[in-house]
Design a protein around this ligand. Structure first.
Ligand SMILES: [Zn+2]
Length: 304
């Protein structure tokens, strides 16, 4: 893992739907903030080999390119190209931004039909524009929750610090033209579910391949048939950043509504474990793909 500009993992969900993981660089976040309310004595040993001299952890900017017969969907855009040297240094932002990373992986950004973002924090929505201010995905609809666009421009100083409001103003019209409210199917097989928790309009993205089952020698397609175990890929955004996020109570200090995070993680992770969904973590650099397994009153992330 960790080779910028290459497809790091991909899977075929059936029915012409493929999902590819493309990393749009890395940055670093304060370890204590990533573990939020969890006492250091419980998490210290999990990160001994990756914590740096500034007590930070390496965070990947994991993006998914979903190809379906109905169109191409990009999930997340990373930090992008429009950060100045001071911010780049402060965040220790390295690697290829989303457009060159996609191009190097063999995908043309001009062919993306939909861009879905879990939320609008700088490390998820930063790649919507090129360095020169042009649209990075000129023909795409931009999908985030209406509630997320609304909160992103709030005057609360914590909100001002979490969102790059100057940048978001430049894409506001583009985003508001296709914002969604709650659960929505973007194109056949690709849906978003509003979760809240991390931010008030945070959403998860779920990709399902066309169901196929052999019954009496005929191939049937349809929603009523059991789906194959490998047929669903879920991206929980920053509710599923790293392997330890599998414990619903291990929320980050960046979660604006921690109780909501705990509740919605419990519900979504139970579905994911029961139906053996493939999970892609938003910021995990080494083992970003795996499954959730029920474990006492929590879940465990098992890399695949
Ligand atoms: Zn993030």
């Amino acid at each position: 893992m960790g080779i910028n500009g290459a497809v790091e993992w991909s899977t075929d969900l059936g029915g012409g739907t493929h999902v590819a993981l493309v990393q749009a660089g890395t940055f670093r976040s304060d370890a204590g903030a990533l573990f939020g309310p969890v006492p250091r004595i419980l998490w210290d040993r999990l990160v001994t080999d990756e914590i740096d001299h500034d007590h930070r952890l390496l965070q990947a900017l994991n993006c998914l390119l979903v190809e379906t017969p109905a169109g191409r969907v990009l999930i997340e855009t990373g930090i992008g190209e429009r950060v100045n040297d001071k911010v780049r240094e402060m965040r220790d932002y390295e690697g290829m931004p989303i457009v060159p990373a996609l191009t190097a992986a063999g995908f043309s950004p001009g062919t993306v039909d939909v861009v879905a973002m879990s939320h609008l924090h700088f490390d998820h929505a930063g790649g919507l524009l090129r360095a020169d201010g042009s649209k990075a995905f000129p023909r795409a609809r931009i999908i985030a929750q209406r509630a997320e666009w609304e909160v992103a421009f709030d005057e609360n100083s914590r909100i001002v610090a979490s969102y790059d409001q100057l940048e978001l103003r430049l894409v506001r019209e583009w985003g508001e033209a296709s914002w969604v409210d709650g659960e929505a199917e973007l194109i056949p097989g690709v849906s978003v579910i509003r979760t809240g928790g991390h931010s008030s309009g945070h959403q998860a993205i779920v990709v399902r391949g066309a169901t196929r089952a052999i019954v009496g020698g005929h191939t049937l397609r349809g929603g009523t048939l059991p789906r194959s175990a490998s047929g669903t890929v879920a991206f929980f955004g920053d509710l599923g950043m790293r392997p330890w996020s599998a414990n619903p109570r291990w929320v980050t200090a960046f979660d604006d509504f921690p109780l909501a995070s705990v509740e919605v993680k419990g519900e979504l992770f139970a579905r994911a474990a029961k139906d053996a969904w493939t999970i892609v973590l938003s910021h995990e650099p080494r083992t970003p793909v795996g499954r959730l397994v029920a474990d006492r009153d929590r879940f465990r992330f098992e890399p695949v």
